[in-house]
Design a protein around this ligand. Structure first.
Ligand code: GDP
Length: 202
């Protein structure tokens, strides 16, 4: 899929106030600092659409971007900020759960995972939450330019093994770098495929 246009539409803390055009949408989420903003900017070919490395607390909103006037890319606030209070965490959880469970036009959630680490419980737990609720998901490994291929493969295999302890099947997996552009085309084509299915909004 080619990206012809990308524009910021709105930021919300309440999912009921998100756009009501009925257009299909694709959410991106992951641990803070996983490289989500960089990946979003790389995907849409705009260096500053999503803000990179803003302080915790500043990006705690659901951000809608309209792509090709046909679908929304949704930038969800990251999890796992070390310096966030319990009440902030609870607020995040409530907002995210309501959005993920209630948003009828959500086609897929891309869970970003840093390819430099062995599996972390915080990522596995979040994926388990999506799986348990039947929310379609894919896993996007980020920052693969930061180490050699065998180190990446080792971490990804460990992640797959951890998932297979809980699930019979693996979700789609993408391997990306916002620096080299690795994985951009497969990920956009995957979105394109879902959009071409007969009834993209449930
Ligand atoms: P976010 O908090 O998940 O939105 O993460 P950011 O996109 O702000 O990225 C966090 C840090 O990782 C920044 O310093 C980025 O420059 C860096 N980063 C993000 N993606 C990549 C990548 O693919 N390769 C490399 N080498 N650095 C990256």
């Amino acid at each position: 899929m080619e990206i012809k246009s990308a524009q910021f539409i709105v930021s919300n803390s309440d999912f009921t106030k998100c756009p009501d055009t009925g257009l299909p949408e694709f959410a991106f989420i992951g641990r803070s600092n996983v490289g989500k903003s960089s990946l979003i900017n790389k995907l849409v070919g705009n260096k500053s659409l999503a803000k990179t490395s803003v302080r915790p607390g500043k990006t705690q909103l659901i951000n809608h971007f309209l792509i090709n006037r046909a679908w929304y890319l949704v930038d969800l606030p990251g999890y796992g900020f070390a310096r966030v209070s319990k009440s902030e965490r609870e607020k995040w959880q409530k907002m995210i759960n309501q959005y993920l469970l209630g948003r009828k036009t959500l086609m897929n959630t891309f869970v970003l995972v840093d390819s430099r680490h062995l599996p972390l419980d915080i990522d596995l737990d979040f994926i388990a939450f999506l799986g348990t609720h039947g929310i379609p998901l894919s896993i996007v490994f980020t920052k693969v330019d930061k180490q050699n291929q065998s180190a990446t493969a080792k971490n990804i295999n460990a992640f797959k093994a951890a998932l297979l302890q809980q699930w019979e099947e693996l979700p789609p997996i993408f391997i990306t770098s916002s620096v080299s552009g690795t994985g951009r085309t497969p990920l956009l084509n995957y979105i394109g495929q879902i959009l071409q299915q007969p009834n993209p909004s449930k």
